[in-house]
Design a protein around this ligand. Sequence first.
Ligand code: KG4
Ligand code: ZN
Length: 336
Amino acid sequence: MKILAIESSCDETAVAVVEDGRKVLSNVVVSQVDEHKLYGGVVPEIASRRHAEAITGVTDEALNRAGLTLDEIDAIGVTYAPGLIGALLVGVNFAKGLAFAAEKPLIPVHHLRSHIAANYITHSELKPPFLCLVVSGGHSHIVAVDDYTKMRIIGRTRDDAAGEVFDKVARTMGMSYPGGINLDKAAESGNPLAYPMPHPKVADGPYDFSFSGLKTAAINIIHNASQKGQQVVTEDLCASFRKAVVDCLTENLFKASEEYGYKTIVAAGGVSANRLLRRRLEEECNARGYKLYVPELSLCGDNGAMVGSQAYYEYINGKKADADLNAAATMSIEIG
Ligand code: KG4
Ligand code: ZN
């Protein structure tokens, strides 16, 4: 089954063709990041406009690269939640038009479920059940993936997402948007013990995260130094902050794996590209004899291929939308 899949939840206009959930026939991603950089973050109005301008061309290109016509496609998948509402609506409305004009089934896909599915493309042998750390710009969850479309949230952030705090601390240090990747690079040559960081715990949620205090601690170090006319050592602060975030993420993840008995660990979302996180996950999984799966780097960020993969499993499970499909800015991964 060949699915044409559309993703427009944030600042990437992406369309892919994926066969039977695992085989990528084409995967075209057009990023708007250079424009949003000018403003230090994603400007929702601009994102919607750029999606509307790009989506037809990106879809044509995805079909071309797959060597297929729309007639040869079996279904249309589309990200419908969560994300920027105006941005999501561009993809959803385009997908609806395409599906109904070409008389193809329309499959709505939850954005975070699709991030998890990036792993099905990278690892052909991977199947649920497993425990997944889903870390993106807007979400940080520990999710028990019991089946392709059956998920339970075991832990979640109570405030900021991991990607969000990486971006905010990076921006305060003068790094351009999205700062997470730049902070990660700078941290590679820094001393992670140079700046003491808090280790926030959530008293009534053993697997939940809280990153906003950690973010404030890092930002205060930068501001205090500048008030005294001093400079922070960028690499050291990046390394100290990155270590603190990764400590929190991995500590709760492995506590949950032990408590719930999962021996297969998966990472998903933009932050799963983080170098320290990937190294730490590998060390911790090796030490416990667990299996670890992380997406290939090109599939960590937003893309259409992951949507095409998850759409296949949603379709098999009976999910289909009609012309009244709407986008939603928020939606639990459990509902999907
Ligand atoms: O999953 P994603 O592409 O979009 C959302 O669904 O939010 O995640 C984007 C987030 C951004 O916050 C970005 O800074 C972060 O992932 N990110 C990283 C790295 N690469 C991307 N954060 C830390 N280290 C990285 N190497
Ligand atoms: Zn994403």
